[in-house]
Design a protein around this ligand. Sequence first.
Ligand SMILES: *[C@@H]1O[C@H](CO)[C@@H](O)[C@H](O)[C@H]1NC(C)=O
Ligand SMILES: *[C@@H]1O[C@H](CO)[C@@H](O)[C@H](O)[C@H]1NC(C)=O
Ligand SMILES: *[C@@H]1O[C@H](CO)[C@@H](O)[C@H](O)[C@H]1NC(C)=O
Length: 813
Amino acid sequence: MWVCTIYSNEKVTERVLEQQQSLLSFFCSFVLLVHITRADLSYSVPEEMRPGSIVGNIAKDLGLEVGKLFTRKARIDTEENNQHYCDVDLKTGNFVIRERIDREELCGEKVSCMLKFELVLESPLELHRVSLLIQDVNDNSPVFPKDAMKLEIRESAVKGARYRVNEAHDADIGQNTVKHYSLQKNEHFVLSVQDDADGSKTVELVLDKELDREKEHDLNFMLIAVDGGNPQRSGTAVIHVTVLDANDNAPVFDQAVYKSSLPENSPVDTVIVTVSATDADEGVNGEVTYEFSRISERAKKVFSLDGKTGEIKVTGALDFESNSKYEMRIDAKDGYGLSSDSKVMIDITDVNDNPPVIHLKSLTNPIPENVSPGTEVGIINVQDRDSETNGQVRCSIQQGVPFKLVPSIKNYYSLVSTGQLDREVVSDYNITIGATDEGSPPLSSSKSVQLSVADINDNPPVFEEQSYSAYVSENNKPGSTLCSVSARDPDWRQNGTVIYSLLSGEVNGALVSSYVSVNGDTGVIHAVKSFDYEQFRSFKVQVMARDNGSPPLSSNVTVSVFISDVNDNSPQILYPAPEGNSFMTELVPKAAHGGSLVSKVIAVDADSGQNAWLSYHIVKSTDPGLFSIGVHSGEIRTQRDISESDSMKQNLIVSVKDNGQPSLSATCSMYLLISDNLAEVPELKDISYDEKNSKLTSYLIIALVSVSTFFLTFIIIILGMRFCRRRKPRLLFDGAVAIPSAYLPPNYADVDGTGTLRSTYNYDAYLTTGSRTSDFKFVTSYNDNTLPADQTLRKSPSDFLEAFGDSDDSSQV
Ligand SMILES: *[C@@H]1O[C@H](CO)[C@@H](O)[C@H](O)[C@H]1NC(C)=O
Ligand SMILES: *[C@@H]1O[C@H](CO)[C@@H](O)[C@H](O)[C@H]1NC(C)=O
Ligand SMILES: *[C@@H]1O[C@H](CO)[C@@H](O)[C@H](O)[C@H]1NC(C)=O
């Protein structure tokens, strides 16, 4: 991995090891190429290409379909700065130049000028390194530092003496830099060019024929520098030679090369090095002044040279990361203008002055909450511009978030989920990533990454209760509210919007929806119609809560509706029949003792509970002390023995009340006849019945009486005619008296409404009148609440009669 370290600190290597740099870099890229991914791309283009020029086709070179570039959001990121020289055309997959690239501006004297890009693809995240080698174009001519160079040479100079002149500089590199120098033909000088170890050239004029001041005072000729480019470019300078008298000396530097190094954070005015040249001449001629003879523009900004003292000082901010090495030439001149030069090399050393910088290269935001652990959600890149350990960075992620950093290639990390996410618990993450370098002292930085979790419809609505009960009194208004159900769904927006509905089903054979309805938004359940407790007492409906997700989730709940009784039914008197519709007479034996059961009032109430709890009271009677009624049984008993003085006809009005609030009641009249014999029954009209009977009954009676009268008259006449001489009268109709059928136990339903009497019980009744007290035995269950109301209502008159006759054992006292 050492190779990679060098690679990552490429700038240093480039500057410090200029010669080896390209080799190492190449070696390193090769190793990385193999090590990281086979899909790294490298292209090479000449500088100064027009924007829009195509460098290559990335899609083809990566083996990707062109369409994938768009769907996978391919984009180009630059590794270090924000310059966007190139971009990828998502339509064609071409890698195109966006901005003019000037190699000289970008890389200066660097031998290899490489632009590095990263191609980021999403889903799955993928990163390809794209390197673009910028080739030099011969777009710069050699330039001499000065258009005219002055040389002052003593006439005593001997043949072979060498005079250094400034070399020309060509901003291009390689072949395109200065290749040849040539000197305009002249009598005295020839040119000597030697390559120096540091890659520069030493250009010298060599004296070929001695000078003679008396003949020539000044000499002028051209020096031409030509580069190796195609086409060639050249630059010229005029050399102006002044021939001096003998015995002048040029200054001499005490070192051919001055070397110094200083840390990048050195303050302004720091003295780096002091150059010194001495001149053997005396006086003004020996005063040496210094000046930069060749210096780069960059160096000019950060260094100054004191012309008198030769001190080189820092005047600007030194930055190892942008320039780690400076080289300049210095001329020392004496009063005559004789000069010599020396070289100054300054190395800048790295200081840990750059904190790591964290770049978020890609982020899938928001991420669905159902991603499986281990899903890559982002790519982080960390840069530290410092070199060596100062630039080595460790990354960390805050504790307590379900994400981790997984080192990927070089300075890249994947942000990977480590656990199941749940938007309903944590919907947003603020992930802090820290980076610390290994410098001394270390520098660190942090970045927070906002990540939202997108909703998935993973929660069904949940009802707040396991089941719901609604209580409603019968006879409710249609549309009244029964209860409301409520379900919660913690999902987001429509995934958590709950809609209520009624599940179809049946209640008593009818659709649920004909009984209740539910408000889809609020969950309020309404009655659709009025309920009747006497019809049914409770029913159940299923309500579904469904969210609006796709697909939707739902849950069901049971709502039980309990109908409570209202005292809406008054007691119904089964026996005796309601007043006015019948003539009922009970026979009470004259010998009845106190406490004897005489009759019984039978009533039912369709309500239940208290509302059907009946009590019986005598509200009016002919002889208040004679009869009493059982408050709860309805049994009418004699309170004392019957005496001769008691009126034969006794009339009781009985009220039956239920226990509801308010209570409802019904009354009936009971006619009691104290007699041992039906024959003693007085004429009907004598009994103070209310005569407002139905017309039919009246007609019947009138008809009966008329027929009887007519028949009797007829018989009497016949008998009178036949047996008048015998004079022996006979009792007629012994033991059988015509009692109107209406005396019978009432027809609870509608028979007495029409007045139609059925012959069957008409005659049965007649025949059982012999001892009525013992014949009337009542079934206690008539008064029993457990008897279903509707059944009671359906009982036919014949059923009653059967019941009376079949229950000898039950209630006879
Ligand atoms: C995220 O965390 C960072 C560091 O703790 C904090 O500065 C920033 O305000 C937080 N942002 C949000 C949106 O909470
Ligand atoms: C609801 O959930 C589905 C997946 O179940 C998801 O695609 C959709 O984006 C979610 N809607 C919202 C508003 O979050
Ligand atoms: C609710 O009931 C409906 C109809 O019976 C059924 O289709 C659905 O699966 C039930 N939902 C749940 C969560 O039990």
